[in-house]
Design a protein around this ligand. Structure first.
Ligand SMILES: [Fe+2]
Length: 910
């Protein structure tokens, strides 16, 4: 380690007092592991201040002059120089890349002075004669001399020749004269001054100019050392770009655009999609790529292709481990798709059986008996049959999702239906019923009467002897209301022969056991004509016919829930609405800014996964349109929902209060009284919410002791202003946007952001396979409506209700496609970083109080894990413990890689 080496001074110690200061403080560092570097920096800083006392500060010079300043022309005030050693750590994500780079270097024949990486230290002090910061001489890192090809990470030693009066290095300028980019992980000078870089450095021939890396010490803008002020502004200017041109994959420019890249109008009008973003279809902004427009629509951005791959700023791109995880998942999905596709094709997409569905899974206890009953099996040609038998080898089957492995029944039981609204993959839609019958908020001139068809007689028998009014007053009635979400789009959806959907409302009763029981389902269609009722109410079964109708109605509700979960709760709220805060942070918060440092782990990989989503998931003909009921109106539904999105309601307490699930109560642990006491998402979520809030409050208190500190921080205010006014431009005038005036305002804003991208996203994302991977109980779309006695299909339904039910579900091919997608989306890669993970604290080496706060947070996360384990074992908590009941693990902070149905990453990574 460089830090263990003695500094090589070329002058006697009495001529250079800083030598002993540095060395003495390094000893102190070894003795105090929690605050190893603060005192070192402070001592160095004091020395710098003393030096400044005798120097006149000259006016600042332009940045370009500063960067290109030739340090050899600067005459040292004190003619003493010494050598400083730095350890430069370069990471090689893929070993092959390194070999390629090394061979290229060795073969290039370039002279040593024409290749390598050039580094130059920048002092925090200004040189009074130049007006710019004091600089070291350039040092060369030439790794062709220092090869460790098998290592992922290599630490190279570099020696700088510096003037004795350089002061404390606060930045390093880096220029890459090699042919290829490299990943600079960190630089440590004499083991004392740390630079966490974590960035790709492009070759100079592609990106002329020098990269700027700042040391780990956090500075509010007003506290920026004089020598770094110009560099701080220049770095942000580079990151903002000029808003023009096509972005290359090597760029690192953060800018905004509307969603005008989802359609493919050049393929035909049916492939065109409306632009999202603007007054007509409001939407958050996404990262600008600058791709040229399509031929047929100048307002639409052209497609991704080999010469114009999807752009995200270079440092936002997935690392190799993450990319490999996604690719491996894709491969697995393809394999799993192959045989069902063959089988589906062979049956011409016709009816399927439960046994054929169950054959898709490993070790399903019900498979064996049902396979014997399958009438389809015997009709296959022998050769094909043999192939299918081979295909059922475990290697080609899916792991049984929790919902299958714990309950072998094929239809969703009522108690499980209710439980999943509190502890399933979408626990964010359930609301307390405040008005009965429920009333739509849609414009009646466009969507028909607002009144519901639900009446007291539909539910009175399920209220334990209470009237509806009494049950509402006792907070016993809840609703899953998808009426206004779907009704405006049903005509478009139902125009497709293989899509049939309702706008549903489900009334649920809170039993004395603390569980929810569905007691009525309203199925609504747009009014076709005044003589045919467009709304019907289905109630729990009383005979065989109503039993199947009830199952079908529940399947339609699940289909509504599945689409609303994926499009609104998951995509819109946690992916799309959060991208602008990331773009704004990189444009306005210097990497030196403490808020940038705090948010950095919470921005990881989000821009990349969102870009991939635009290309593959939410695009015209993409995965969402193929596998969900909403087809080509999928994204319009999210734009419609965005009109009701409110950042101030995204805090967990506000969300629970808005949905009527909780009431403020200062006597309760989190200041809230839950009206459904056993609500696993809310109970576990509040533990995490409070821990995040505590961490953020400690942090804000440290850097912002007063409101003045907030108000006079131009970077912070520019970040928040742009997040609202550009990132969410279409709703920027809403009066509900929280103000940013006081430290407590900042605590609330930061806690909300970190909560959304970590715990809220995890709760919505990582249960997708385990709760949605058994399609009969959670179909992503339905192909047939619920038949009633006036329908021509009613006789068919009566004759074979199970066949009717199965023929209403997605085809076997699309089921397996969906399962593959959910499997990929539920996967943690091996480089995932979780809440409370302390691996990434190197950025705080200069702030011991902050490191201590993070350690406390880490301990909090461990306590959350223990508490969740305790709750999952408590038989009184019937929504997470009981016979065949899957525990609620989605908010357990840690996880292993893979599909684990637990783990809370720091950021939206998938
Ligand atoms: Fe996600």
């Amino acid at each position: 380690m460089g830090g263990t080496k003695e500094i090589l001074c070329s002058a006697p110690a009495d001529l250079f007092p800083s030598k002993s200061l540095l060395c003495n403080n390094f000893v102190h560092q070894q003795q105090n592991s929690l605050s190893p570097f603060t005192s070192t920096f402070n001592t160095c800083k004091r020395r710098a201040v003393q030096l400044r006392k005798v120097m006149a500060v000259a006016p600042a010079v332009p940045m370009q002059t500063l960067i290109e300043l030739d340090s050899t022309k600067v005459t040292p005030e004190i003619p003493v120089q010494f050598t400083v050693t730095a350890q430069v750590t370069v990471k090689y994500d893929a070993k092959e890349k390194m070999k390629e780079m090394v061979f290229h270097l060795l073969d290039s024949g370039a002279k040593a002075t024409q290749r390598g990486v050039f580094l130059q230290l920048v002092s925090t002090d200004v040189d009074p004669r130049t007006g710019g910061p004091k600089l070291s001489k350039e040092a060369v890192l030439d790794w062709s001399r220092d090869l460790h090809i098998t290592a992922d990470k290599v630490s190279h030693e570099v020696q700088f020749l510096v003037d004795a009066n350089l002061g404390v290095p606060g930045a390093i300028l880096v220029s890459n004269k090699n042919q290829k980019e490299f990943y600079l992980e960190s630089i440590t000078i004499e083991g004392l001054v740390h630079f966490k870089c974590h960035s790709w450095v492009q070759p100079e021939k592609l990106h002329p100019g020098k990269r700027i890396f700042f040391s780990n010490k956090a500075f509010l803008p007003s506290e920026t050392p004089a020598g770094l002020k110009v560099l701080r502004k220049e770095e942000l200017r580079q990151l903002r770009g000029n808003g023009e041109g096509v972005r290359a994959v090597s760029d690192r420019i953060y800018d905004y655009d509307v969603y005008n890249d989802l359609g493919h109008p050049d393929k035909g009008t049916e492939h065109a999609r409306p632009i999202l973003g603007g007054q007509h279809r409001p939407y958050p902004r996404r990262c600008r790529t600058g791709r040229p427009s399509t031929k047929s629509d100048p307002k639409a951005e052209g497609p991704v292709n080999e010469s114009l791959p999807m752009y995200v700023p270079r440092d936002e791109a997935f690392g190799d481990l993450k990319r490999q995880a996604v690719d491996a998942g894709s491969w697995k999905g393809m394999v799993n798709n192959f045989f069902p596709f063959l089988k589906d094709s062979s049956t011409d997409g016709g009816a399927i059986t439960f046994s054929e569905i169950n054959e898709l899974y490993k070790e399903n206890p019900s498979n064996e008996s049902q396979r014997k009953e399958s009438p389809k099996k015997a009709s296959f040609p022998i050769k094909l049959n043999k192939m299918i038998k081979e295909s059922t080898a475990d290697a080609f089957r899916f792991n049984p999702p929790n919902i299958v492995s714990r309950d072998a029944s094929c239809c969703l039981r009522d108690d499980e239906f209710g439980r999943l609204t509190l502890a399933g993959m979408n626990p964010l839609s359930i609301e307390r019923l405040k008005v009965f019958p429920p009333v739509s908020k849609l414009d009646p001139s466009l969507y028909g009467p607002r009144e519901s068809a639900l009446r007291e007689e539909h539910i009175i028998h399920h209220l334990d002897g209470m009237s509806v009014q009494q049950a509402m007053e006792k907070n016993k009635l809840f609703i899953l209301d998808y009426h206004d979400t779907y009704l405006p789009f049903l005509n478009s959806i139902n125009a497709h022969p293989d899509r049939k959907a309702y706008a549903t409302r489900t009334i649920l009763f809170l039993t004395q056991m603390g569980t929810l029981k569905p007691i009525a389902i309203e199925l609504c269609l747009p009014p076709a004509n005044p003589y045919i009722p467009s709304k019907q109410v289905i109630t729990p079964p009383i005979d065989a016919t109503t039993c199947w109708q009830w199952q079908l109605a529940k399947a339609h509700v699940c289909s509504n829930d599945s689409g609303a979960h994926e499009l609104i709760q998951h995509w819109l709220r946690t992916h799309a609405c959060m991208e602008p805060f990331i773009i704004a942070a990189h444009r306005h918060l210097s990497v030196m800014h403490p808020i940038h440092k705090l948010l950095r782990p919470h921005m990881r990989y989000t821009m990349d996964i969102n870009a991939r989503a635009r290309e593959l998931l939410i695009s015209a003909g993409g995965i969402i349109e193929s596998l969900f009921s909403t087809k080509e109106v999928s994204m319009e539904i999210t734009s419609f929902a965005y009109k009701n999105w409110r950042f101030d309601m995204e805090t967990l307490p506000a969300d629970l209060i808005r949905r009527g699930i909780a009431e403020p109560d200062p006597t309760e642990p989190h200041g809230l009284k839950l009206l459904i006491e056993d609500y696993p998402y809310a109970n576990d979520g509040l533990l995490i919410w409070s821990a995040i809030e505590t961490l953020v409050r400690d942090f804000v208190k440290h850097y912002y002791p007063s409101a003045d500190h907030i108000q006079f921080d131009p970077e912070l205010n520019a970040w928040y202003y742009e997040f609202i006014n550009v990132g969410h431009a279409d709703i920027r005038h809403e009066s509900w946007w929280p103000r940013l005036s006081t430290p407590e305002d900042l605590v609330s804003i930061l806690t909300t952001i970190i909560w959304i991208v970590s715990a809220e996203h995890a709760a919505l994302n990582f249960g997708q396979y385990h709760y949605g991977g058994y399609v009969p109980v959670r179909p992503s779309y339905m192909r047939r409506l619920v038949p009633n006695e006036h329908d021509p299909e009613y006789a068919t339904f009566l004759a074979d209700p199970e066949g009717y039910f199965l023929s209403s579900l997605p085809s076997l091919r699309e089921m397996t496609f969906l399962m593959s997608v959910l499997d990929i989306l539920s996967t943690h890669s091996s480089d995932e970083e979780y809440l409370g993970d302390t691996r990434d604290l190197s950025t705080w080496t200069e702030d011991s109080e902050i490191i201590e706060a993070f350690y406390r947070f880490s301990m909090d996360m461990r306590m959350v894990e223990e508490e969740i384990a305790k709750r999952n074992a408590d038989p009184k908590l019937r929504n997470r413990c009981g016979a065949g009941v899957s525990p609620y693990d989605l908010l357990v902070p840690s996880s292993k890689p893979g599909v684990t149905c637990r783990g809370v990453p720091n950021s939206v990574t998938i």
